[in-house]
Write a protein that binds this ligand. Structure first.
Ligand code: MN
Length: 703
């Protein structure tokens, strides 16, 4: 195509188009591509010109046509984006840059099977929809000239890619004509023999039916003219590829397909569409179940038309599509037409603003998003809320916008996230929290041991990564609980000179509602049950026998001087007093005497009643042991429990209970109840524990 032909084509639909910039781009492109040749032997520049011609056929704006002329200059010539910017301005430079980037992504994807993701990547990368339209036109011209490429495998690969990626993309944005042409060209390289057979059969069928087709055509013309409706009737033969798909899907023979031939009736208004429908249904019998009204209920990509199948002369089925001219144009040119009509409806508004194009696209794609094809791969969020990044092996990973390199790691595999120590993005070392961009290649550097997960939570944006981290933290915690629970049970049992064997412990499963040793350990380690709970459950009788040596309020008198023998007396609950602790008694009417520690804050309310106070002292000789309670803050290391329990045992204390009271993941508060002789005994134990380096601190608890 020559320069003036292209310009004439643009002027035909846009009389005020800027001819100078078109000429300038033509000259720039010719100069830059110089003597480069296409596989066909044609000068290379013939390709951008044809691409520009396709865009002009779509009636796109001058900028798009200019960009089409320049679209390969950055990739294939010495021109830089700066040159384009200086000569043609920022808008053109931005678009050409966008097309170049898509071309680079394309080469990255070679051979990948992730067509759906790649389609989305293209959409997401095309910040301006015109980038996508140029890319589609580029592909269309390359497909039209694919025959010149000698390597058969390469032809096939490019055709499969076109069929997988570009044809559906064209369909998705409603460009039916381009879609069909891309499909048919691909088909001819992928299955040339099948295509030949179908083409041949179509010719034969057409011949066979041509008499009927002519008859119906004449009849259609007659009834429509009789009803004085301005119309255009066109006969329609399906493309071999769509016939082939139908045959494949419906498992039918060519002869059985009723819609190989059809008529399309275009009229001016929607009202006339329904008038035509009424006339046709009055004239011929309609096949039940074949009537579809896509005018009142458009297809998800915006397609509008009425479809019906009539029983024609000699019982031949004929499909008829009825639509307005505008609907027809929209169907063939998709978004491009969409824009043109909007422009006409609201003259003066600059609908070329790229944001408007994207809104249209996103709108259509979102409606299309409900189709099965899309749901297969992802619950579609807005395309532009997503980005796509590559693994080093070329797998595409879809992530929400603002996702980080760490999100990427978790998206690939949970372990990859848990062991991710750093990342390389496009070959450069980057922090894990780096926000990814479309097309980034991300390599995860794994450490040998799991990384500290607590600090990672703020580095991720995706739900998947967040829940993976929380899950891993929970697992780590229950792992610790298991180890601690096991140690607690062992300590409690050994202080009773028993071994916590599996057989014995199983007796506690029922009452504690656990199903395995592991869950029992977790329960105890997590503090929901104590070691002595378990002990008491598995040795219900030993409980009393062992404690005979210990002081038990109910059946042994209190070893204290100064109690009135006629008054009942008891210790204040949960005070953990042992002989030698300073105590005082309070006479409470109707209740008797309660023994308090002298430091107890609960005594404050009796200060006004000095007559209630009685002086008490412990007896000298006491044959029982008493339970003292200590609280230990220990570093979260499992081994420390052993040194604690053995220290206590060395000092003659018997641990009667261990209760874990978790504070944070680095420290545990451990409550230890110990049977001791007196307060000297327990303070000796506390002092010896203070000497252990693994303890943060230890103190006695008196209620
Ligand atoms: Mn190109």
């Amino acid at each position: 195509m020559r320069q003036y032909e292209l310009i004439d084509r643009v002027l035909s639909y846009k009389p005020d188009a800027d001819q100078d910039i078109l000429k300038k781009a033509y000259v720039f492109g010719t100069k830059m591509h110089g003597r480069q040749l296409r596989a066909s032997g044609d000068p290379y520049f013939s390709h951008p010109i044809e691409v520009a011609g396709i865009l002009a056929d779509l009636k796109l704006d001058t900028t798009s046509v200019v960009c089409a002329l320049l679209h390969d200059t950055i990739e294939d010539t010495s021109a830089t984006i700066h040159d384009i910017n200086v000569n043609f301005g920022t808008e053109v430079a931005k678009l050409v840059d966008g097309v170049t980037k898509l071309t680079l992504l394309e080469s990255n994807l070679e051979g990948s099977k992730q067509a759906e993701n790649f389609r989305k990547l293209l959409l997401a990368s095309a910040s301006d929809i015109r980038i996508l339209l140029i890319k589609l036109a580029d592909r269309l011209h390359n497909m039209r000239t694919l025959g010149y490429i000698k390597d058969q495998d390469k032809r096939k690969r490019i055709s499969i890619e076109t069929l997988d990626i570009y044809a559906p993309l064209a369909g998705r944005i409603g460009m039916q004509e381009i879609k069909e042409e891309l499909e048919d060209l691909s088909f001819s390289y992928i299955e040339p023999k099948i295509r030949d057979i179908i083409t041949e059969r179509l010719k034969v069928s057409k011949k066979k039916k041509s008499k009927i087709v002519q008859l119906i055509d004449k009849e259609l013309q007659r009834v429509l003219i009789d009803n004085s409706i301005a119309f255009e009737v066109s006969g329609r033969v399906k493309k071999p590829y769509s016939v082939w798909k139908k045959l494949e899907v419906q498992q039918k023979s060519l002869e059985q397909l009723s819609d190989i031939f059809g008529f399309r009736v275009c009229v001016n208004s929607i009202t006339e569409c329904y008038q035509v429908l009424g006339i046709l249904h009055g004239e011929w019998r309609a096949i039940p179940g074949r009537f579809k009204d896509y005018i009142s209920t458009p297809k998800k990509n915006g397609y509008q038309s009425i479809h019906t199948t009539l029983m024609g002369p000699e019982n031949q089925r004929v499909e008829v599509q009825i639509r307005t001219y505008k609907m027809n144009d929209m169907c063939e040119r998709g978004l491009a037409a969409h824009w043109v009509y909007k422009d006409q409806d609201d003259a003066g508004n600059d609908y070329l603003a790229s944001i408007e194009w994207i809104n249209d696209l996103v709108d259509i794609l979102n409606r299309d998003g409900a189709t099965e094809e899309f749901l297969e791969n992802t619950k579609l969020e807005l395309f532009h809320d997503q980005i796509y990044a590559f693994t080093p092996k070329g797998t595409l990973v879809a992530l929400p916008r603002n996702a980080t390199a760490l999100d990427f790691a978790y998206a690939v595999h949970t372990d990859l996230g848990n062991f991710c120590s750093s990342v390389r993005i496009n070959g450069a070392n980057k922090p894990r929290r780096t926000v990814l961009e479309n097309g980034d290649e991300v390599e995860i550097v794994k450490s040998k041991t799991p990384v500290a997960l607590e600090s990672l939570q703020e580095f991720v944006k995706t739900g998947k990564a967040k829940s993976a981290i929380i899950r891993s933290l929970r697992e780590k915690k229950s792992h610790n609980h298991r180890l601690i629970g096991k140690a607690i049970i062992k300590s409690v049992f050994s202080s009773h000179r028993k071994k916590p064997t599996r057989d014995i412990l199983e007796r506690s499963f029922g009452p504690l509602n656990v199903v395995s040793l592991v869950t029992l350990y977790e329960l105890v380690g997590g503090g929901s049950a104590s070691g002595s709970d378990v002990y008491d459950l598995v040795f219900p009788n030993n409980k009393r026998k062992i404690r005979k040596k210990n002081y038990i309020e109910e059946n042994i008198s209190i070893p204290i001087h100064g109690l009135y023998s006629d008054l009942p007396a008891k210790f204040l609950k949960d005070t953990f007093l042992v002989p030698g602790d300073k105590i005082v008694g309070i006479i409470i009417p109707d209740k008797g005497i309660t023994i308090f520690p002298v430091e107890s804050e609960k005594l404050l309310k009796y200060e006004k009643f000095p007559e209630s106070w009685i002086k008490l002292t412990w007896k000298k000789e006491i044959e029982f042991t008493f339970v003292a309670r200590i609280i230990v803050k220990l570093i979260n290391e499992v081994g420390v429990l052993n040194s604690i329990t053995s220290t206590i045992a060395d000092y003659g204390g018997n641990i009667s209970n261990l209760i874990l009271n978790e504070k944070d993941s680095d420290f545990y508060n451990l409550i230890i109840d110990i049977n001791v002789n007196d307060n000297k005994h327990i303070s000796g134990i506390v002092k010896s524990l203070e000497g252990l380096p693994v303890l943060e601190n230890v103190k006695r608890f008196i209620g």
